[in-house]
Design a protein. Structure first.
Length: 53
């Protein structure tokens, strides 16, 4: 059981994220990752532009 009010550990969240990423790299084709990188850069750019105003 978790303690009430306790945040999840950062190391645990990173480990779960890396595990999911590794599994997805094994399943999905290489073209998908280029698409995901492009979309991520567009979203990051749009977010950066709206914050700078």
């Amino acid at each position: 059981m978790r303690c009430p009010g306790r945040k999840p550990g950062v190391v645990g969240c990173i480990a779960i994220g890396l595990g999911v990423f590794i599994l997805l790299t094994l399943i999905l084709p290489a073209g998908f990752w280029w698409f995901a990188l492009g979309v991520g850069l567009i979203v990051f750019g749009a977010a950066a532009c709206t914050r700078c105003r």
